[in-house]
Every structure is written in C-alpha cells, then in structure tokens.
Ligand binder design. Structure first.
Ligand SMILES: Cc1ncc(COP(=O)(O)O)c(C=O)c1O
Length: 412
C-alpha cells in the first residue's frame, strides 16, 4: 500500500494515488479565465474571432500528403524505427535543408536527429541536462516549455527580460558572472514567440561567445525560422563560426508546412548534445512513424508553403495597418505568426483581453501568460480559422475600432 492513501466517501473507499511532487512545480494556468469566457461566448452563439492559438489554419500542402500516402505503402515503415536518430533519407534531407537555407554543414549521422515535434525535444533537453539545483537561463516572456521543464527537473530558472527598447533581444551582459558560471543551459527563441521579434546574426555571435566563456549549452528554438515576410530570412545560430561547440538548434515542420498534428521536427548542432538527448529519448520513446519522416524529408527538400506565407502576409498587413489606423500602434513582425501589441493606457494584459473578448468578440492572449515581462501586452495570432483572404481580420479591426471608449478617434 506504499504511496496509496485511502480517502473515504460516504459509499465506498477510493484509493487516492499521490502524484509526483514535481507536478506541483507547474505554474498556475493563466488562461483559465479567458478560456472560460471563450466557452461562454461560444455557448451564447456569439461569432468569436479567435486570434488565440498559433496553429496554422491552412492544410498541409498536397505534395507532402501524397508523399506520406506513398511512404505508408512501404511495409518497412510499419515497424519500429531501429535507427540511431531517424531514417537516413530524413536526416539527409535535414542536412540538405541546412546547407541550402543557412549555408551550414550538418553531419547527418552525428549532428542531426529526429524529434516528435520540437516541443518534445525542448522539454527533453531540460531533462537531459538539468539536475536539482542547476540553473537554466530563460527569456521572459517566452514559450512556457523551457521554464516548466527546468522546474520539473528540479532546476532553478534565471530570468532574462525581453524588453521593447532592445527589440525583445536580451542583454546577456546583465547576467551576473556567478549565475552565468553556474548555468548549464541558455534558452533562446528567434524568430520569437510571443513577441514576433527577430534577432540579428550579431546577437548570435554574442551569445556563442557568452556560452563559450561560461561553458553553457545554448538551446536555440527555431520553430518559426520558415515563417517570414518579404525579403527577410531568419538566421540559424549555427551560421556563427564555432557555434556547434556550444549550441543545439531545434526546428519544426509544424509551422513551416502546416503540420502541427503530424508531430515532426529535428535537432541539429553540437554532436555531444545530440547524443545526450538521444540517450534520454531512446529510453522514453521509439521515434515517429517512419512514413511521416519520409514525407517530412520531401517537405524539406521540395515542399512549398509560399501560398500560406502569402496569406499570412495579407492578414498581417490588414491587422497591423488596421490597428495603426484606428489609433492602436503595433509593429509589423518580420517573421512568426504573431503580432505583439502594447495594451492602451489604463489596461492590464488581462483586463484588455477581457474587454476585447466581451465587447468585440475578439480573442487575444494576455501577455502575462508568457511571463511577468509579458504584462502590458497581448498576442494576436495570424492563424484564423475560417479566414479565406483576410476578411476575418478586417472584421476584427472593425469591431475593435467600434470600442469608442478606448479608441475615440478610430473613425468608426
Ligand atoms: C516557440 C515555440 N517553440 C516550439 C513549439 C512547438 O512546436 P512543435 O512541437 O509543434 O514542433 C511552439 C509551438 O507553438 C512554439 O511556439
């Protein structure tokens, strides 16, 4: 009976199994109130424009689906993947993609591995490196996975703020030497969720020098590297000479090719870190359905997501131009699916999100959900279900413009 306590109800005795204490480390869910309001709006039959979740609304390009259908007819794909880090065609495609896109040479055998989506790789990197008392340096605001998994692994989080005045790129020189010397991991994410910010290559140069000085592994989350606008192309940290000594970079096909449900991504970079992550993972999972990895190989070699990027560009312009015109200043992102906007005077992230939901039927995410430095901001996603050509974003702008108490000069 060890670990089982018996709680009595009036009718029977029900065993209550105490969950692992590490789960108590997970910070409270801050979107609960917004989620409840969303449910109510839907139950009331309101026409909600949901700019919340960053999940591509467009289908996966047809040629990738065809590649999956073909690969699935090969019985070899029906069995366990007993390779070291993924099927060779997939790892070769990863290597080819890195060369073509970033000019970076990746040894497909030692410097690349398959992931079941980048979230899986990110969370397991924390588990592979963080012991109780170890330090992770984590940006704020940020995708919550870096912090939560560090905490669950018993580590400590040292927060580096991402501030508007420095383009949401952290100032590494402000990290105390004692913290830097003790830290094991530095988490970075550009193009950035939630701020939509991008980092210049010069920042990566600084980060690599910092990591070498303090013997830290950089985990660069590049999940949005292929969601970009105009002529801008995000860099890989591995373009920095010597970066492979201290950096591992995680990529995803989720946002690049509208494949969030397929669960496929990859890690590239430092061979030791790849082997370490692989050691942990080989005791946790058995990789992905190989047919999915063959379809992903096709996507990396010749997939075309330009139609979706054109649609995002149109939506971004409609939303940003529209909000700027009504008197809510917002910056157009150069990459990612997100517009990160400061809330008007007198509101908090949460109170303004509630107002938008209740008065305009527009759902946005309060920035505090991504950390304390997200206070005063909201995140709006360009992935809008049911939007064919930007008309739902036009409607969102019209409804926001009609909030006369907030935007008296909107002209609506
Ligand atoms: C910054 C960031 N990294 C990683 C992921 C995970 O993507 P996936 O696990 O689908 O590859 C997300 C998903 O929203 C994200 O926003």
């Amino acid at each position: 009976m060890c670990g089982i306590s018996l709680a009595k109800t009036s009718e029977e005795t029900v065993p209550v199994i105490a969950r692992a204490k590490r789960l108590d480390q997970i910070p409270p869910y801050l979107f609960g109130e917004i989620a409840a309001l969303k449910r109510k709006a839907i139950a009331d039959g309101r026409d909600l424009i949901d700019l919340g979740i960053g999940d591509p609304d467009q289908p996966t390009p047809g040629s990738i689906i065809d590649a999956l259908a073909k690969a699935a007819t090969n019985p070899e794909t029906h069995r366990y993947d007993e390779t070291n880090a993924g099927w060779t065609p997939f790892l070769d495609a990863v290597s080819g993609f890195c060369k073509k896109r970033f000019g970076v040479d990746i040894d497909a055998e030692k410097e690349a591995m398959l992931l079941i989506g980048s979230k899986e790789g990110l969370s397991h990197l924390a588990w592979a490196y963080i012991d109780p008392g170890d330090i992770s340096i984590v940006p704020d605001p940020a995708y919550t996975v870096y912090k939560v998994n560090t905490l669950m692994a018993g580590g400590d989080v040292y927060t580096i703020p991402l501030l508007p005045d420095s383009g949401f790129v952290p100032d590494l020189s402000r990290i105390p030497e004692a913290v830097a010397d003790k830290a094991k991991l530095l988490w970075l994410n550009y193009p950035n969720n939630p701020t939509g910010a991008v980092a210049p290559l010069s920042f990566y140069v600084e980060a690599v020098a910092f990591a070498k000085k303090h013997n830290i592994l950089i985990v660069n989350d590049a999940a949005y590297s292929e969601v970009y606008y105009g002529d801008y192309r995000p860099n890989s940290i591995l373009e920095v000479p010597g970066a492979k000594d201290v950096a591992i970079e995680l990529h995803s096909l989720s946002k690049s090719f509208n494949m969030t449900g397929w669960r496929i991504g990859f890690a590239i970079g430092n061979a030791e870190a790849i082997a370490t992550l692989n050691k942990l993972k080989s005791n946790l999972d058995s990789k992905q359905f190989p047919a999915i990895s063959l379809a992903a190989a096709h996507a990396l070699a010749q997939g075309d997501n330009s139609a979706t990027l054109e649609l995002y560009t149109r939506r971004r312009d409609i939303l940003c131009d529209g909000l700027n015109a009504l008197g809510w200043p917002v910056t157009k992102p150069q990459a990612t699916l997100y517009v990160w906007a400061k809330v008007p005077e007198g509101y908090t992230a949460m109170s303004f999100s509630k107002l938008l939901l209740e008065e305009a039927g527009v759902l946005v995410i309060p920035g505090v959900g991504y950390g304390e430095y997200g206070e005063g901001f909201v995140r709006m996603s360009l992935t809008v279900m049911g939007d064919k050509n930007g008309e739902r974003l036009e409607e969102a702008v019209r409804r926001i413009a009609a909030l006369k108490d907030v935007f008296p000069n909107s002209g609506a």
